[in-house]
Design a protein around this ligand. Sequence first.
Ligand code: SF4
Length: 85
Amino acid sequence: MTRPEMSTRNPTPKRIQPSIKHEAVNPRDYLKYNLPWACEDCSHYNFENDNCSFGCHVKWHKKEYQKHAYELSGRMALCRFQEID
Ligand code: SF4
């Protein structure tokens, strides 16, 4: 048996959260180390088709976007699936 006041309430709208998280990278580490942080450094990146073998959106993890994001905010969208040979 449902309570009448519960059945007339609107459901709580789901919060829309960004799926891409940008993480802070220490500027000293960024300048000191040659870190592989972009799709172009990853074994899953297909240069010919400009896509990822996992089907991830490469737009957020490619070098050009990463550099731009880092210069603006000190943060990068690091990919959790990146693999390096
Ligand atoms: S796994 Fe991540 S870093 Fe590698 S190609 Fe796909 S999106 Fe890019």
